[in-house]
Write a protein that binds this ligand. Structure first.
Ligand code: GLU
Length: 334
């Protein structure tokens, strides 16, 4: 009998989808069915596969992921060697980062999915699940935080992005490169990361709605001025380049930053928001003077995820939020 215990928690997504009556695919396969479809899985570990949710991933909510993080912590305490989460790929770059921020475990937590559903030729779900279990039981993956394994590549939750709508190599980590890979069942981790500070699962606040707005050429701040008063508790702005916006947008952001945290991310998707290079109005120096907090090297989606979790778990002051972005290369200018 294999000594390692691995839990597979299935949330739905393409990996679990089959044809519905109206022709499109919808999530129907259970965690047990996903595990049963992978030859050789039972030789790697004692697998406990089950369905945790059965949803397309855009339907997942923060509450689902907080429940999932609690279950993962319980599985770690019960002696699991690793946990694999299967879900839709559309939101993996956010859900994996939520799990990374809410769990601080030596035990590997691996998120995976599939780009091709099980009804089409070359479905990648079984191979992704096999590679994920191989990573979950490996000593190389221990202490690396939450990982995303797709297409035999290992990505850190904090860097990974979904970068293509349909290809098997849809996932990449443009800011840093992949952490490692799986070959012939062996796990290689080329670079290790320090664990970031985690957010304790604590009493929930209701005030956690965060707006995410991308700035484009010719914008004049109308959308930002139109944010309904009282409906949002934070704003993430994906600015151009290193953190730059038109002057009219800067004026609108300054007004919003007087009433809620405003995080300055870059729409480029890789690289830090700058802190002290550009001196023009609407540049990063000006925006920090107007009260914006730099996202550092977190992209807009990751910055929104971090800010949402901070607000949900009671971190609301601008100075505490700014401090929470510092480990990610961001924060307020000092
Ligand atoms: N393309 C998505 C997937 O890979 C379908 C929707 C979802 O994310 O659940 O699963």
């Amino acid at each position: 009998m294999n000594a390692f215990k691995v839990a597979i928690l299935a949330l739905g997504g393409t990996i679990a989808m089959t044809k519905s009556e109206d022709g499109g695919v919808v999530p129907t396969l259970t965690g047990e069915m996903l595990a049963a479809a992978v030859p050789g899985l039972g030789e790697l570990a004692q697998i406990d596969a089950r369905t945790f949710r059965q949803l397309p991933s855009p339907h997942l909510k923060y509450g689902d992921l907080e429940d999932l993080a609690g279950e993962i912590i319980r599985l770690d305490q019960a002696g699991c060697r690793g946990v694999v989460v299967t879900q839709g790929t559309d939101t993996i770059e956010e859900t994996a980062f939520v799990l990374d921020l809410l769990t601080d475990l030596e035990m590997p937590v691996v998120v995976t999915g599939a780009m091709r559903n099980p009804t089409v030729a070359g479905a990648d779900g079984p191979a992704n699940l096999l590679a994920s279990v191989q990573v979950a039981i490996s000593s190389e993956a221990r202490g690396c935080g939450c990982l995303v394994v797709m297409n035999d590549e290992i990505h850190a939750a904090r860097f990974v992005r979904k970068m293509h709508t349909s290809r098997l190599d849809a996932f990449g980590s443009p800011a840093s490169g992949r952490l490692g890979w799986v070959s012939e069942g062996r796990v290689f981790v080329g670079s290790r990361l320090e664990r970031p500070p985690t957010i304790p699962l604590s009493g929930l606040s209701e005030n956690h709605r965060v707006a995410l707005i991308t700035v484009a050429l010719g914008d004049d701040g109308t959308l930002i001025r139109a944010l309904p008063p009282g409906q949002f508790q934070g704003l993430v702005v994906e600015a151009t380049g290193g953190g730059h916006v038109p002057v009219e947008v800067a004026d609108a952001l300054e007004v919003v930053a007087r009433r809620m945290p405003v995080i300055l991310a870059s729409r480029t998707g890789a690289g830090e928001t700058l802190s002290h290079t550009y001196g023009f109005p609407g540049g990063e120096i000006d925006l920090q003077r107007r009260g914006l907090i730099r996202a550092g090297w977190l992209d807009g989606l990751k910055a929104k995820t971090l800010l949402t979790l901070l607000l949900r778990h009671g971190v609301t002051s601008v100075s505490d939020i700014s401090a929470a972005f510092e480990p990610w290369g961001g924060g307020s200018r000092r």
